[in-house]
Design a protein around this ligand. Structure first.
Ligand code: ATP
Ligand code: MG
Length: 269
């Protein structure tokens, strides 16, 4: 990977070109403080972000900069300590626990670095799981799970256990699982972190198609500038704050920064 220059504040640009596109994610002065008694950790510090519907966006930053914390709040798995998060126009803090779970079921799909598959369940059973929670009848569940596996090119692996599949195949099962409830927003935390470059490319191709063909809003956390370059916009976090928010070269922006170079070029407080 060629060295990317350190980011300058002048690189920060608005990536929202079309004001008519609805905003799917709207954050205002969003904070997350983990309060473990005397050792409170201020993981996210005052984020203001608009993500329009259908945008493909990456979040980068050194380890501990708040990426997973932010993704967990976006996925309504965790609640902000301060500030507001509107998902598809709904103020999440105004929702009851059940309403929030329903909103999550309706809008959000998750993909994780370690795939998070049930090891004793087959591919198709793993993909069915979110539909079990959503109360979808058995036969409909099976048909939808098989269709989702087909979509990621794994129709012929439906009855395999995760241990009988490669890492890339397991991640494709996890992607199929994230899609079965037809989410509008896909959240991925280092989805290629455990994969080699070639397999990582296969996963990125699938995500790319979900963005271009199905119009999903995709938010992907990554350390890899090569992965971020698949997306349209990159937000870089440092110590819970946004230090850059810019278009990627795909959309006419500057080179995606290498966070490893970045963490060296920005002194710690
Ligand atoms: N449940 C928690 N309780 C207390 N502190 C936490 C908790 N989860 C995360 N933190 C802290 O919040 C900060 C941000 O963590 P986070 O997991 O969001 O970082 P990250 O950018 O995802 O890092 P990585 O690249 O290593 O995954 C870190 O200082 C971390 O130690
Ligand atoms: Mg993380």
């Amino acid at each position: 990977m060629p060295d990317a220059p350190p980011i300058q504040p002048s690189d920060i640009v608005s990536t929202i070109d079309d004001a008519s596109v609805p905003i799917t994610v709207k954050l205002r002065d969003l904070h997350k403080i983990y309060d473990s008694g005397a050792n409170a950790v201020h993981a996210v510090r005052g984020l203001n972000v608009d993500i329009p519907e259908g945008q493909y966006i990456s979040i980068m930053g050194a380890s501990g900069s708040g990426k997973s914390t932010l993704l967990n709040v976006l996925g309504a798995l965790d609640v902000p300590s301060k500030g507001t998060y509107h998902l598809a126009g709904k103020l999440t803090s105004k929702q009851t626990r059940d309403e929030l779970a329903a909103l999550r079921n309706e809008y959000i799909g998750f993909i994780f670095q370690n795939f998070n598959l049930l090891t004793r369940s087959t591919a198709v059973e793993n993909v069915e799981l979110p539909m079990v929670y959503a109360g979808v009848p058995t036969r409909k569940r099976r048909a939808a799970a098989l269709a989702a596996l087909d979509k990621v090119g794994l129709a012929d692996r439906a009855n395999h256990l995760p241990s009988e599949m490669s890492g890339g195949q397991q991640q494709r099962v996890a992607i199929a699982r994230s899609l079965v409830n037809t989410p509008r927003v896909l959240l991925a935390d280092e989805p290629t972190g455990n994969l080699d470059t070639h397999t990582s490319g296969e996963i990125m191709k699938i995500l790319d198609e979900l963005h271009t063909k199905d119009g999903l809003t995709i938010i992907i956390v990554t350390h890899d500038p090569g992965v971020a370059e698949f997306t349209e916009r990159v937000i870089v976090l440092r110590d819970g704050r946004i230090i850059a928010d810019q278009k990627t070269p795909r959309c006419g922006g500057p080179a995606v920064p290498d966070v490893r170079a970045l963490s060296l070029s920005v002194p710690e407080n």
